[in-house]
Ligand binder design. Structure first.
Ligand SMILES: [Zn+2]
Length: 193
């Protein structure tokens, strides 16, 4: 959007957002999803120039994706969409729960000391849900699932509020020992002043 590159010195997933290029938050077509700077995503809400650039990009992606699909692939694509339309709310919730758990296991395996911002985890799982369900499953449902799997004392993962009120998700320590120093180190890396 701003034509500047993505920063290489910080985790790219913490400086980027998935943007609905045509401003329709319910249109989860792959051609409508773009990766943009977090700041650019916010600015786009009121800056017409960025909205125009996003629409140009959207049209480009639509043409690319349509031309790359062969006739048989198009059939599969339609078929998949029909199937996902038939998913019940219960099935969608099951998909969300499974994706949430597997994503937590992948990102924060046992003995991991990583801390992942809650919004990052949320948008990743929401994106995976959309891919799996053909656009169904709200962000609120994903938020509920993520809270459900990180707020219980029996869960292997937990939420933690950092200095500026940002919530992160981390692996729950098995024994609450003095681990304060390395944690502070990570905190500083993730949320630079
Ligand atoms: Zn930008």
């Amino acid at each position: 959007m701003c034509k500047l590159p993505f920063e290489k010195n910080i985790f790219w997933e913490q400086s980027t957002h998935f943007d609905h290029l045509n401003c329709n938050e319910k249109d989860h077509d792959p051609a409508n999803i773009g990766i943009v700077h977090i700041e650019c995503n916010y600015i786009k809400k009121w800056y017409g120039e960025y909205q125009v650039r996003a629409m140009d990009w959207h049209r480009y992606l639509v043409s690319k994706i349509t031309s790359s699909l062969s006739a048989s692939e198009k059939n599969t694509y339609t078929k998949t969409n029909t199937q996902t339309d038939e998913l019940t709310d219960g099935q969608i919730n099951l998909i969300i729960n499974k994706l949430t758990k597997s994503q937590l296991e992948i990102e924060l395996p046992e003995d991991s000391t990583k801390q992942i911002p809650f919004p990052v985890m949320l948008s990743d799982i929401h994106y995976l849900t959309i891919q799996e369900t053909g656009g169904r499953g709200s962000e609120l449902s994903v938020r509920r699932a993520l809270n459900g799997m990180t707020k219980s004392q029996f869960s292997p993962w937990q939420q933690k509020k950092l200095g500026k009120g940002n919530i992160i998700i981390q692996r729950r320590a098995k024994i609450q020992v003095e681990k304060k120093l390395p944690e502070l180190q990570i905190e500083r890396d993730v949320w630079p002043e």
